[in-house]
Design a protein around this ligand. Structure first.
Ligand SMILES: *Cc1c(COP(=O)(O)O)cnc(C)c1O
Length: 362
């Protein structure tokens, strides 16, 4: 057992779902009975949706003409939305892990699209998008949650630039003028629960969604981005939203604004991750999995251990002490721990985690 004085105050280090702060749950309790359990077509829930949309717009300094659109199903559903409602003929995908790969696979299966162009890198390295004739959507994760690799975001000329920001949004800086769709789900950097996708859309993306929806492609309503845009303008979703998820999200957005906005939150994650990577670099038995320092994620840290350490035993022993979800991404198959360091995580708790690992291995 690890002595209590070494332990972090909060032992949740998951990469998603991730730590939910106690205030958020109190905020949720205060929404009962006024909002929870009431109609999603009436003022209390519409007001909650509108406040969340406005709070997100402020956090990201939403450029003129961009819109905050939301729907049901999480980021995985947004891949299908993008396949149906944003890709016209051919997409290009940067693939450097599971999540980027899943979006590329979804595009490859669509019978109405040409095979996508895929720029792939081995796990632990990064791949970059590149201008290419005949491509109308360029897609990359900003942070690849499966490997802990993050990349800089820049607009690629010739198509829409669409970013999977599921784990990056809120914990990393972004200039939205470089992006046409910046989409995420609330269970990572926003410390909420799953079930929703949120997309920040540029005028060009909105135009594309409208054009494809009025063309002859069959698009199921649940994947029709134009329908989601129409509903979002009225602070609604196509069907019933996850109201409790929105409540937890609203509370976290308030906390993020009070914590210095996006810059303040990104600095907190950067502080946490520099503690983790610094410890690993000094350690005799651990090292950052991502060998190129510039590629290392500030929000999801992956740490490899040498053969003298059984990382699966380590994760299990941490779990037995209430320190949970440090297991690596299951399909990566490495002797590794993966640590979520979203803004809600206290940097001091990351330092405490490293102390606990050293204690277990001493
Ligand atoms: C978690 C994650 C997803 C999947 O999100 P869901 O809301 O579970 O569908 C997609 N992309 C990235 C980068 C993620 O981290």
């Amino acid at each position: 057992m690890i002595p209590d004085e070494l332990k972090p105050r909060d032992g949740r280090f998951g990469s998603g779902p991730s730590k939910v702060r106690a205030d958020q749950v109190e905020h949720l309790a205060a929404l009962n009975p006024g909002v929870l359990g009431t109609s999603h077509r009436q003022a209390p829930v519409l007001g909650l949706v509108q406040r969340v949309q406005e709070s997100i717009a402020e956090l990201f300094e939403l450029p003129e003409g961009y819109e905050v659109v939301l729907g049901l199903g999480g980021s995985s559903t947004f891949w299908d939305v993008a396949v149906c409602s944003l890709i016209e003929r051919r997409s290009q995908h940067a693939v450097f892990g599971e999540f980027g790969g899943k979006f590329a696979a979804a595009a490859a299966r669509a019978p109405f699209l040409r095979d996508p162009s895929v720029r792939e890198a081995a796990p632990g390295a990064s791949a970059a998008l590149q201008a290419e004739d005949g491509v109308d959507v360029f897609a990359t994760p900003q942070n690849e949650t499966s490997t802990g690799v993050a990349v800089p975001i820049e607009r690629i000329p010739g198509g829409l630039t669409i970013i999977d920001a599921t784990s990056a949004a809120g914990g990393m800086p972004i200039d939205l003028t470089q992006v046409d769709a910046y989409y995420f789900a609330p269970q990572k950097s926003f410390a909420s629960d799953g079930g929703l996708w949120i997309a920040l859309l540029s005028p060009a993306a909105i135009e594309r969604a409208g054009r494809l929806a009025s063309g002859d492609r069959w698009i199921p309503d649940s994947l029709n981005l134009q329908l989601a845009i129409d509903n979002s303008r009225k602070h609604q979703t196509i069907n019933t939203p996850a109201i409790a998820t929105l409540g937890l999200l609203e509370a976290q957005l308030e906390w993020m604004h009070a914590s210095g906005g996006l810059a303040g939150c990104a600095a907190r994650s950067a502080d946490s991750s520099s503690r983790l990577y610094g410890w690993a670099e000094r350690s005799a038995y651990a090292r950052p999995f991502v060998s190129e320092p510039a590629d290392r994620s500030p929000v999801v840290g992956t740490i490899d251990f040498d053969d003298t350490v059984d990382a699966a035993w380590l994760a299990k022993s941490l779990r037995a002490n209430g320190i949970v979800d440090t297991e690596p991404y299951r399909k990566l198959g490495r002797n590794q721990l993966r640590i979520g360091m979203y803004p809600a995580v206290d940097p001091e708790d990351v330092t405490a985690l490293t102390r606990c690992i050293d204690h277990l291995l001493s």
